[in-house]
Design a protein around this ligand. Sequence first.
Ligand SMILES: [Zn+2]
Length: 328
Amino acid sequence: MNAPYLWLEASWQRLLATRAHPAQALLLAGPRGVGKGALALAWAQALLCEAPRPDGAACGGCAACHWFDIGAHPDFRLVTLQEKTNKSGETRMATAIEVEQAREAIDFVQLSTSRAGFRVVLVNPADSLNSPSANALLKVLEEPPLKTVFVLVSDQPRRLLPTIRSRCTRLDIGLPSLETAARWLSGRQIEDAETLLALSGGAPLDALDWAADGAELDERRSLLEGLARPEQLDPVALGDRWKTIKPQTWHRVVYKWLGDLLAVKLHGSAQFNRDFADDLARLGKMADLAKLLALAKMQANEGRTLAHPLHRTLQLEAWLIQYRHLFV
Ligand SMILES: [Zn+2]
């Protein structure tokens, strides 16, 4: 098995070289959209495979590989965000990995292995461990049982407990070169790869996500067309029109828009929304730097509470009023 994505080859080889004596706690860190999750799964499978290839990669054909492929390997656990159903029957993704999940993983590693090989616990996204679950996991990371490997995956490793970070061997996964990413997207018949990559900060899987969701691209356009004309912006009308846009989409778009305004203000050119470069150049000059910094900071914090949009229309209206003030 090759690396899951061609730009991960060097990291993949570094992992494979350690297969006989793998790090018992590994942290795969790097921006979102570069394939850390796929790399972690490939590594877990390589460790569990019972007939690995000479380079250490999984064979893809043994019984262990088969179980892994169908999500049924008895010596593997994935600890991740779970869907939750509330009283009114709505299903939502939880915002944190709960302590019960961490405890279940700890119980699992205390058992003897089913197949006499490694046992692997994959925690993804590890920055979603809440404080009790992180503390529970820390105990077992301090003294992992024999032949047990923890793989933690994180876009925001600074949000992990420092004590967890210090227990882990860290492997940083960076962005591929723009050329590599653009070539990979073009190979998948994605049009306008460069605009999508700019929009995704250079992360190819994020760019692929944008390309796959035409509706989301339309929503982005609608949001940016509104934000590009602050002088005509009507907070009440827009708040009402935008209330149906997923908070995650709204956040992604707005966060990068504010980042671009800051970039224009500070260095003169936009990074993400190149298709709106003219508007950004004009608005960047008009914007008040202190107010812009304050709004961008607030937006960064809002990213953590997205799952609970109370009074969405009012929230959007208030935000838009603040946004309009940037340019007064
Ligand atoms: Zn195998």
